[in-house]
Design a protein around this ligand. Structure first.
Ligand SMILES: NC(=O)c1ccc[n+]([C@@H]2O[C@H](COP(=O)([O-])OP(=O)(O)OC[C@H]3O[C@@H](n4cnc5c(N)ncnc54)[C@H](OP(=O)(O)O)[C@@H]3O)[C@@H](O)[C@H]2O)c1
Length: 278
C-alpha cells in the first residue's frame, strides 16, 4: 500500500536512506532539509512524488508552518517521522551553554514541536503513525554524552506519554532505538566540546574520539530503515524497535540492572506509604 510521509532531514543518513527506499516503492514524501540543493538528484528523478522544503528544527514557528503546508500539499499524511538530529559530545562541564541549548532545541524541542504541529491534522484525518528516531542512548548512557542522552531520554518520555493521549484518535507512535550506524552522525555531524585537562583520560574523554572511524559503527542504515518501513504493516504499531547488536546489548544491560536494583529496594519503597487504617 502506497503511503504519504513527512520526514525531517531527508538529505543525509537515515533520512536519505528512508526517502530513497520509499520513493522507489512509489510512496510520496514531504521532506525537510537545511541546505538548498542537497536533494536535487531525488527531486529530478521523482518529481511530484517528493515535496521538499527548508526547515531548521530550532525554529518552532517554522516547524508549524512547514507541517501545515505539508498537509495542505498532500491532503493526508500517513506517517510523520522525526528523524533529524545530531550528537553533542564531551563532559557536561566541557560544553558551552549555546551548545547545550542547541542540542536540546534540535533533538528534543524540535521533535516535540513537529509532533504538536502534526497532531491536529492526524486527529482530523482520523489517525496516523508517528515514528520517532531516538537511539539506544535514549535508554542507556555512556559518559561524555550527557546532553545527547538528555535529549533522547527526554523525547522518549514525551512520545510515550503522547502515544497514550492520542490512542483514542487512532494515532500510534513507535520509538526507534538504533545502535551505531554508518551515516554522517559520527563523521561530520557530531559536535565535540572543548576538552578540559581535568577530564583527560577519564571516562568522559571516551567520546572525544567519536569522529575517528578506524573502528566503524556496526550498523547498516539501509537494513535498519527497511525494518522501520516494514513496521508500518504491523498492527498495533510496535511501541519500540531496537536496531543493532550494540543497541540490543546496551538496552538489555541497562534495563536488567535497573530492574534488579528496583527489586532490591522493594521493601524500602513500600515502607514510605502512609498505613491505611480500618
Ligand atoms: N547514525 C547513528 O549511529 C545513530 C544512532 C542512533 C540514533 N541516530 C539518530 O538518527 C537520526 C538521524 O541521524 P543520522 O545518523 O542519519 O545522521 P546524519 O547523516 O548526520 O543526518 C542527520 C540529519 O539531521 C539534520 N539536522 C541536524 N540538525 C538539524 C536541525 N537543527 N534542523 C534540521 N535538521 C537538522 C541534518 O541536516 P544537515 O545535513 O543539514 O546537517 C541531516 O539531514 C538522529 O536523530 C540521530 O540522533 C543515529
Amino acid at each position: 500500500m502506497a503511503r504519504t510521509w513527512f520526514i525531517t532531514g531527508v538529505n543525509s543518513g537515515f533520512g536519505r536512506e528512508m526517502t530513497e527506499q520509499l520513493l522507489e516503492r512509489g510512496d510520496r514524501i514531504a521532506g525537510t532539509i537545511r541546505q538548498v540543493g542537497s536533494v536535487t538528484d531525488l527531486q529530478a528523478r521523482y518529481g511530484d512524488q517528493l515535496w521538499i522544503t527548508e526547515l531548521d528544527l530550532t525554529d518552532t514557528a517554522a516547524i508549524h508552518t512547514v507541517v501545515d503546508r505539508a498537509f495542505a500539499r498532500f491532503g493526508t499524511i500517513d506517517v510523520v517521522v522525526n528523524n533529524a538530529g545530531y550528537g553533542l559530545f564531551g563532559a557536561a562541564e566541557e560544553l558551552t551553554d549555546e551548545q547545550i541549548n542547541h542540542q536540546i532545541a534540535t533533538n528534543l524541542v524540535g521533535s516535540i514541536q513537529v509532533v504538536r504541529a502534526a497532531l491536529p491534522h492526524l486527529r482530523k484525518q482520523g489517525g496516523g503513525r508517528i515514528i520517532q528516531i531516538s537511539s539506544y542512548g535514549g535508554q542507556a548512557t555512556h559518559p561524555g554524552a550527557s546532553l545527547y542522552h538528555a535529549s533522547k531520554w527526554g523525547i522518549e518520555g514525551f512520545i510515550e506519554s503522547v502515544a497514550k493521549e492520542v490512542a483514542p484518535f487512532n494515532i500510534e507512535a513507535t520509538i526507534v532505538a538504533p545502535g551505531g550506524a554508518r551515516t554522517n552522525f559520527r563523521s561530520s555531524s557530531s559536535v565535540i566540546g572543548a576538552p578540559m585537562a581535568a577530564y583527560d583520560g577519564s571516562p568522559a574523554s571516551m567520546t572525544r574520539g567519536i569522529k575517528d572511524l578506524t573502528r566503524p559503527s556496526p550498523g547498516d542504515a539501509g537494513k535498519m530503515v527497511r525494518i522501520i518501513i516494514e513496521s508500518l504493516d504491523q498492527s498495533p504499531a510496535p511501541s519500540r524497535i531496537a536496531l543493532g547488536s550494540d543497541a540490543y546489548r546496551m538496552i538489555h544491560k541497562t534495563l536488567s540492572e535497573r530492574l534488579a536494583e528496583l527489586e532490591a529496594q522493594k521493601t524500602l519503597a513500600i515502607s514510605t506509604d502512609i498505613p491505611t487504617t480500618g
